[in-house]
Design a binder for this molecule. Sequence first.
Ligand SMILES: Nc1nc2c(c(=O)[nH]1)N[C@@H](CN(C=O)c1ccc(C(=O)N[C@@H](CCC(=O)O)C(=O)O)cc1)CN2
Length: 284
Amino acid sequence: MTAQILDGKATAAAIKSDLTARVAALKEKGVTPGLGTILVGDDPGSQKYVAGKHRDCAQVGIASIQRELPATATQEEIEAVVRELNEDPACTGYIVQLPLPKGIDENRILELMDPDKDADGLHPMNLGRLVLNESAPLPCTPNGVLTLLRQYGVEIKGAEVVVVGRGVTIGRPMPLLLTRRSENATVTQCHTGTRDLSAHLKRADIIIAAAGSAHLVRAEDVKPGAAVLDVGVSRSAEGKIVGDVHPDVAEVAAWISPNPGGVGPMTRAQLLVNVVEAAERSVD
Ligand SMILES: Nc1nc2c(c(=O)[nH]1)N[C@@H](CN(C=O)c1ccc(C(=O)N[C@@H](CCC(=O)O)C(=O)O)cc1)CN2
């Protein structure tokens, strides 16, 4: 079996095309959505992701507001920029690019954001709303994973899903989305404390690998016909992306997301969805 590719690039392009029309309609009503980004430090990966977010904004007509601070920025200096964007009427939604440099209290920064401007869905108020089944902006990567599965008709209802990883952007919120009544999946969350990862993976209909551990998921761990989403990012010595999923998995799985070109572009598209939906709510 050779797996069908879950093409995140193509799916994200279709989402952006729909958003372009919706942004134009908002502008006719006098509302211009504006996405702010706060980037602290000089991590090349983060710089690339933030640059991509602003390229996407330009493509669909969303205004861009960029704030950059050096790696030496203090907690207070970052908090001052958060307060500034909370007050800026041109900034209808914003994100703080993660991770922040060591020594910065990330949770305090997220808590300081205006939850109504939280374009990432990572503010504790919005994560709490998700737990309570209330309407909230959805975390971008988990929502991107779901959108990709739906786009390719992968059955989520009743599926045994294994999520590998427990980070704040993917691992923690992913099961919250999958276990909503609308999705009705059964989820096992694995992490570095899991005793027999392989045994869990072998039972999974859907694997979401977000551990950041190169080639962690091997062909022999995967049930034939499973869907495998590769979300993890490690870098080779040459700086190339190495995912959590070994390339041989494509011979066993029925669906596989490439990395790059799978979940990454979907993360960016879902961010724009959150910005546009928030702007639409403001004119409803
Ligand atoms: N505030 C946030 N910080 C981080 C998030 C997040 O959702 N919000 N997620 C990740 C990084 N991320 C978004 O910020 C992100 C990761 C990957 C991509 C992407 O398009 N990747 C491309 C490859 C790019 C390359 O060549 O390096 C792909 O997969 O095709 C976009 C966004 C951590 N931080």
